[in-house]
Write a new protein. Structure first.
Length: 97
């Protein structure tokens, strides 16, 4: 089992210390940047709201965008799996032929 590493993250000007797998660090940091950029975007578009409102809007935006892209991501994974199986079958047929 891979050891978890502690990292400090900032969401909406608040700091948190979390533990993640080292292989996930880049994705977590990219996601944090996306979230914080979106918070800033909403703050610019809707002046006068409090931070909780911005965070709520970002959560709704993020969850909606994830649902919209999930089927495509799953299809891409299936495609990769099928291509890998096809290569294995071709290799087996070549070796037996």
């Amino acid at each position: 089992m891979e050891a978890l590493i502690p990292i400090n993250i900032v969401i909406a000007d608040r700091s948190y210390r979390i533990k993640i797998a080292p292989k996930d660090e880049e994705v977590v940091r990219q996601t944090l940047k996306l979230i914080n950029d979106k918070i800033l975007e909403f703050k610019t578009m809707y002046a006068g709201k409090d931070m909780q409102d911005y965070i709520s809007m970002v959560i709704l935006w993020y969850a909606t965008s994830q649902q919209a892209t999930a089927p495509l991501a799953i299809q891409e994974l299936w495609k990769q799996d099928l291509e890998q199986m096809e290569k294995l079958i071709d290799k087996a047929l070549t070796n037996n032929g």
